[in-house]
Design a protein around this ligand. Structure first.
Ligand code: FE
Length: 357
């Protein structure tokens, strides 16, 4: 009876995403079961449950978790919140955490979770097979599950794509008053600048970022969609965004006078980042978490995991969805995404010096 009440309560809490209350309930409920003194022992008919802390939005993960449950019988309990809040919670809860796995966007966030010792090795032959090396942590603490490209967008009304070439070239004078950027506070831009530090060194990267700032048409914006809309509205002519945001705008208006451009094709390639997953340091069900990551990296799950957000699959055997394929092929920056985390603090300091807010 108690556990039915608990399950009902937890389901409600999950719906309103009251993360903290949910965790408290989860541990209270399991404590109750341990100490209730009833005598039924483990019941093989009770479903196994894996608990995920997710910074990836509900509508992007729920269909996948449901499919995983249908196939394996393992239920997925999850909460969604910002990555900073979830990592902080793991640190507060330590071995009392209900979380078995952490799902976040951006390699910088996963790198941080590993740095503060909140993850353990995944140790899966299947993941090693499904996910290329450069998309996994060298200490095996996390693996990417989708790839997102951060690329140039431009006005098809006012820009000839022949004018475009590299991220660096957006610092040229000819873009004065024509550029829109999202704020430097977003980890996406920190990771982009980290990739430039890795490729070009600090001095040259600082010159380029200062050039971007000089070329801004308006103050940096709070999200990528605003950048695309500003280009559409004629506020600026070019910007830098994650491709899936463009995909959303394009789905709303197939005639949108904005297009993607793949920069640095003669050089290091387009900056890519990831979303990915790790097993928490104090997971109570590391085996189930491993099974979930194995499944999410499989051919079967990859199309939807990437496709629901118009991203690129990490499993090389799986093609992107048709609307993403329509944007064309491009050369990717082969930097190990782990490096983006390691250089993040340098990137933040550099953007600050360059006046990028
Ligand atoms: Fe995003």
């Amino acid at each position: 009876m108690k556990s039915i009440v608990c399950l009902g309560l937890m389901r409600k809490v999950m719906v309103v995403s009251a993360a903290f209350v949910f965790a408290a309930l989860l541990s209270a409920c399991s404590d109750q079961e341990e100490t209730s003194g009833t005598n039924h022992g483990p019941d093989s008919s009770e479903p196994e449950v894996v608990t995920v802390y997710s910074a990836r939005a509900d509508h992007l993960i729920k269909p996948l978790f449901d499919e995983f449950t249908a196939e394996t019988g393992i239920r997925v309990q999850y909460i969604t919140d910002t990555e900073a809040a979830l990592i902080a919670r793991l640190q507060t809860e330590q071995d009392r955490t209900p979380a078995d796995a952490l799902l976040t966007v951006d390699a910088g966030n996963l790198w941080h979770a590993a740095e503060v010792d909140m993850l353990q090795p995944i140790n899966s032959e299947i993941v090693r097979e499904n996910v290329p090396d450069y998309l996994r942590a060298s200490d095996d603490s996390w693996a990417a599950l989708s790839i997102r490209a951060r690329t140039i967008v431009y006005s098809t009304a006012r820009v000839d794509p022949a004018e475009l070439s590299t991220y660096e070239a957006l610092a040229d004078e000819k873009w004065f008053g024509r550029l829109c950027l999202r704020t430097s506070a977003k980890v996406y831009n920190q990771s982009l600048v980290a990739s430039m530090i890795d490729a070009l060194g600090e001095e040259r990267t600082e010159d380029i970022v200062s050039g971007w700032v000089k070329n801004l048409a308006v103050d940096p914006m709070s999200n990528d969609v605003m950048v695309i809309q500003a280009i559409e509205a004629g506020v600026c002519d070019a910007g830098i965004v994650n491709t899936y945001y463009f995909g959303r705008q394009e789905a709303e208006n197939p005639e949108i006078p904005v297009a993607l451009f793949w920069p640095n094709q003669e050089g290091r390639g387009v900056h890519i980042n990831i979303s990915g997953m790790g097993i928490t340091r104090y997971a109570k069900h590391p085996e189930l978490a491993r099974q979930l990551i194995d499944w999410l990296s499989s051919e079967k799950a990859q199309k939807d995991f990437a496709g629901l957000n118009k991203e690129y699959p990490v499993n090389p055997k799986v093609d992107p969805v048709p609307e993403v394929q329509a944007w064309g092929n491009f050369k990717r920056d082969p930097i190990n995404v782990e490096q983006l985390g390691a250089l993040q603090a340098d990137a933040i300091r550099l953007m600050d010096r360059a006046g990028y807010r």
